[in-house]
Design a binder for this molecule. Sequence first.
Ligand code: PGA
Length: 252
Amino acid sequence: MRTKIVAGNWKMNNDLDASKKLVKKVAKKVKGKKLKNTRVIVAPTFVSLERVSKKASGTPVEVAAQNMHFEKSGAFTGEISADMLKSVGVEIVILGHSERREYFGETDALLAKKVDTALANKMEVIFCFGEVLEDRKSDKHFDVVESQIKNGLFHLEAKAWKNIVLAYEPVWAIGTGETASPEQAQEMHAFIRKIVADKYSAELADDVTILYGGSCKPGNAKEIFSKKDVDGGLIGGAALNADDFEAIIDAI
Ligand code: PGA
């Protein structure tokens, strides 16, 4: 059975104090739940990672970084390496978020390198991709998603995929209040599973967790998560509020 995941991407929100408070609240809420086959992850900013990861340890909440550099160390001002993340107890990293692609020029080729570094360091990758509105309007969304997955991940050997989680995030739905309909999400997730099956195998495709992200909220999560190829969500805005995040976890 595929693992389900609800992951909160806090983006550039919450200072250290707010991060500690939020993870404490989330951990308290999650502790009382019987989470069947479901993981809960939070991704604070780099400066809060160590403390949040300490607070989360011994609870069911896992902690991820929002980004990472592909080099081991060196003259890369402002960057963070896999070793550094691991030294503060973080073994999951979000890569390829549309904000990284759009505002920081991260390309498929760069992301492929980051994926390799993360996997070489035995880290787990939540790999994000998704089309912009023009792509969808011009009916190019399947091609765009296929090429992002191909260029970022299809160089990997099958066995590496046990540490890959996919996150389909249509850019037009991120932070806009506009969500993909459950049918649009299902259609894309089924397509993603098919291209992974064609490249690797039906078993591998069946095992890979595919998250939906983009204005996922307590009010729409249940319907989206009810679709058979949607295995959870990558949550932005709604993850900043412990009650909303809890409601989304409950929806799964
Ligand atoms: P949102 O962000 O839930 O605020 O739309 C999702 C994401 O960017 O991961």
